[in-house]
Design a protein around this ligand. Structure first.
Ligand code: ACO
Length: 427
């Protein structure tokens, strides 16, 4: 096989190296394209563009494979816990007992959030969307931790990482507690990382916190399944903002905003709202299938389709089973789960969806579990952000350690050519 790609244009011939990843993916390396040909490439939505080389997550959308640092998502979801997965993603290897204990200890040391931050949260109306609040609070955190921007040494970088892993769950919990009208509280350092998150979110002011192993296990699994997904919209945002050396927290704040959109992480909220609307409309799934296929109707079947997965989304498979287990264990019968299953069945047999390779994605069933756990619908994307945090950190760290250049795409200008200025009175 040739390791060069040839480009011929107007009688000239240019050669570009072809590079191969560890899973045999091929890419044409066009770093010298503009310098040698004067041309750029154009690829809206970056459907064919690799923005970086990365050793963190591998996914094969045709085969439905997802691996973090070489470990299959199925095995991690079954055998690891979220903190181990966070360590794996960020540092590249599964931690041994001592490494994990130190990591957790270092996180716990940073688990306070400046009390002044409560005033910022207080300034938001109760109806504010939690994703906007979370993005703002993450950015505001920089003011209270200005040294987090300097990551010039390995220890400074480590310190920024453990700080945000410690404080972010507090912000998540506060965001939800404000929505629910509950007092803002701190966690308990004697608890596990996810257990503590659960406590911070759900502890009632007038009751002892009771451990809820079913809820904690479900939460842990969901967080693992969301932890990384290579160069998606929010991760690319984190990397590109970080490439200007804006700092980890600012990059994450931008990533949260990117995740908010309904075409990305915001789909989990949109799915549940869609399922509720179908239920309220009498549960007629066929009507909504028809709407999804009608090109004159903007309605899309939320939680279906994926830019990369064209066979199945392995995360959706695990989450579907988990939804059955969690609801069963909690003794909840949710008619919305039945509507979701009905929609999935119909879509999988429908030529429109088959032809376009549209399958349920990670967001299709996750909301049903969040709802069963007592998490408000508007918080679903915040939970996604909580899960994605280690992935964003790992990707940002990799980008900084590889000393990647500032992200700055080119364009093809299609506007007016040079023209004379017309004074206001003559326009
Ligand atoms: N319902 C109905 N039709 C759909 C859907 C859907 N959910 N998704 C894609 N299609 C159709 C499109 O209309 C298009 O049809 P056409 O070829 O006849 O024009 C075709 O399938 C291809 O769709 P694109 O939008 O071009 O695919 P793209 O890769 O750009 O988009 C995306 C992927 C954004 C996920 C899309 O499938 C979608 O909007 N899904 C619903 C929202 C959603 O669930 N997002 C979460 C994604 S997972 C995540 O980010 C965590």
């Amino acid at each position: 096989m040739s390791d060069k790609a040839i480009l011929e244009y107007e009688g000239s011939r240019y050669e570009f190296p072809v590079i191969k990843g560890t899973e045999d993916e091929l890419a044409i390396d066009i770093k010298t394209l503009r310098a040698t040909t004067g041309m750029v490439t154009i690829d809206p939505g970056y459907k064919n563009t690799g923005s970086c080389e990365s050793a963190i997550t591998f996914l094969d959308g045709e085969k439905g494979i997802l691996r973090y640092r070489g470990y299959s998502i199925e095995e991690l979801a079954e055998k690891a816990d979220f903190l181990e997965v966070a360590y794996l993603l960020i540092f590249g290897e599964l931690p041994n007992k001592e490494q994990l204990a130190k990591f957790h200890h270092d996180i716990k040391e940073e688990s306070h959030v400046d009390e002044e931050m409560k005033k910022i949260l207080d300034g938001f109306p109760k109806a504010a969307h939690p994703m906007g609040v979370l993005s703002s609070l993450t950015s505001a955190l920089i003011a209270f931790n200005p040294s987090s921007v300097d990551v010039s040494s390995e220890s400074a970088m480590y310190s920024s990482i453990v700080r945000i892993l410690a404080k972010f769950p507090v912000l998540v919990a506060w965001t939800m507690r404000k929505k629910k009208g509950l007092p803002l509280d701190y966690g308990d350092d004697t608890l596990g990382y996810v257990e503590n998150i659960h406590k911070m979110m759900f502890k009632r002011p007038n009751q002892e916190y009771k451990k809820d192993p079913i809820a904690i296990e479900a939460l842990d699994k969901l967080l693992i399944l969301h932890a990384d997904h290579e160069q998606n919209c929010s991760t690319s945002t984190v990397r590109i903002v970080g490439s200007s050396h804006a700092g980890l927290f600012a990059s994450l704040s931008a990533g949260i905003s990117a995740l908010w959109g309904p075409l990305h992480g915001g789909a989990n909220q949109a799915v549940l709202e869609m399922l509720e609307a179908i239920e309220a409309d009498g549960g007629d799934t066929k009507k909504y299938m028809a709407k999804a296929k009608d090109k004159d109707d903007p309605f899309r079947l939320m939680g279906f389709g994926h830019r990369v997965y064209k066979n199945f989304d392995p995360r959706a498979k695990i989450i579907k089973k988990s939804a059955d287990d969690v609801l069963g264990n909690l003794g909840i019968e949710d008619p919305i789960l039945e509507i979701a299953k009905g929609l999935e069945k119909e879509a999988l047999e429908d030529q429109y969806f088959v032809d376009r390779k549209l399958y349920p994605n990670v967001d299709f069933y996750s909301g049903i579990i969040y709802r069963a756990l007592g998490i408000p619908t508007e918080m679903f994307t915040v939970m996604f952000a909580l899960g994605r945090l280690p992935g964003w950190i790992a990707q940002w760290r990799e980008m900084r350690l590889r000393k990647e250049p500032i992200g700055r795409p080119r364009q093809i200008y299609i506007g007016e050519n040079l023209r004379d200025f017309v004074p206001l009175e003559k326009r």
